[in-house]
Design a protein around this ligand. Structure first.
Ligand code: GDP
Ligand code: ZN
Length: 325
């Protein structure tokens, strides 16, 4: 007599990695490679990826399949980091979801990260309710000019309310502080490729043995397939989501009136503007412009703000590959 097919079992899980058509999901019964139920693709945002690392999902596991399953439901996201893909103006990509913080790793040399890029990332983090931690790496390479720049940017971002760390991998500076900041949290780690993200992760979690260096990196980029973020658990109760080196990070479309709210230090002055809907452009009685002129608000942040509001921010101008020798 043939046995009746057993019912599929439902499990709660967390997406560790997405490769476009397959999803690696962690459940309390182990990890599964999952497909996604077609209907799921249609709901929610118009992003290129229906699921991202960090997503909480429900998976259906067939009793006779040991390591395969189907994602049948995505739970609502607490928050996420999203970018507009370069060259695909209307396409957006969710980089990671359900984060305790986003760690943006930058460096002032080799290759320099431009403040506009930092601000695009910071505005996105504000807009989607993700706390930001800024890490300036490779400080061992900074000359006098870069050290002054570092002091300036550190003050600017700390005044805005963001924690800032300084690190050097070969000199072991700041890596302990970074490890402490990650403890007990789920963090997205992002940055241009070449800033030393893999090197830092290898210090924090030598067991992962991520490949580092320019050669493997250009190889990775040369493949032209989209690489996706991946979640790892570090000892000491930290989860990190390592995202591939970001070449372009385009702001998703935002209303001009909301952008000022995503610059915490600009937002603080807004109540003092004469008009409640002041965009801080040419309006009379604008407290924000007065603060910039008085030196109480940093010009670099205000210029980023203006370029986002006026739509003159051209992501391609800041792609680091154009600056690389
Ligand atoms: P990723 O693309 O961000 O993952 O960058 P990698 O970790 O692959 O590092 C790129 C290059 O920068 C490698 O040659 C690293 O050895 C080097 N590097 C990383 N961190 C530092 C640092 O703090 N100081 C110096 N001098 N070099 C670093
Ligand atoms: Zn104003």
């Amino acid at each position: 007599m043939m046995s009746q097919p057993q019912a599929a079992k439902r499990l709660q899980g967390t997406v560790l990695r997405s490769t476009g058509s397959w999803y690696r999901v962690r459940t309390e019964q182990g990890e599964y490679n999952c497909r996604i139920r077609g209907k799921l693709r249609l709901d929610g945002l118009k992003s290129t990826n229906p699921l991202a690392a960090g997503d909480e999902v429900e998976v259906e596991v067939l009793p006779d399949e040991t390591a395969q399953a189907m994602v049948v439901k995505r739970h609502p996201r607490r928050n996420y980091i999203i970018r507009r893909a370069v060259n695909l103006a209307r396409q957006t990509q969710i980089i990671a979801a359900n984060l305790d913080q986003a760690v943006l790793i930058v460096t002032l040399v080799d290759p320099p990260t431009y403040p506009r890029f930092i601000d695009r990332f910071a505005v996105t983090a504000e807009a989607y309710s993700v706390p930001l931690l800024l890490v300036f790496n490779k400080i061992d390479l900074y000359g006098t000019a870069e050290q002054e720049e570092l002091a300036y940017h550190t003050a600017v971002y700390r005044d805005a309310g963001y924690p800032v760390l300084h690190t050097s991998v070969p000199h072991g500076i700041g890596t302990e502080a970074l490890a402490n900041s990650l403890r007990g949290k789920r963090s997205l780690l992002s940055g241009h490729s070449g800033v030393g993200k893999s090197s830092l992760i290898n210090v924090l979690a030598p067991e992962l043995q991520l490949r580092t260096g320019r050669i493997s990196d250009s190889h990775r980029q040369g493949q032209h397939t989209t690489t996706f973020a991946e979640m790892f658990t570090l000892s000491g109760d930290a989860e990190i989501i390592d995202s591939p080196g970001i070449r372009g990070f385009g702001l998703v479309e935002m209303e001009p009136a909301e952008i000022g709210d995503y610059f915490p230090e600009i937002f603080r002055y807004k109540a003092q503007c004469r008009f409640h809907n002041c965009l801080h452009l040419q309006e009379p009685g604008c407290a924000v412009r007065e603060a910039v002129e008085a030196g109480d608000l940093p010009i670099s942040r205000f210029e980023s703000y203006l370029s986002f509001v006026e739509g003159t921010d051209d992501d391609s101008m800041y792609r680091q590959d154009q600056h690389r020798k």
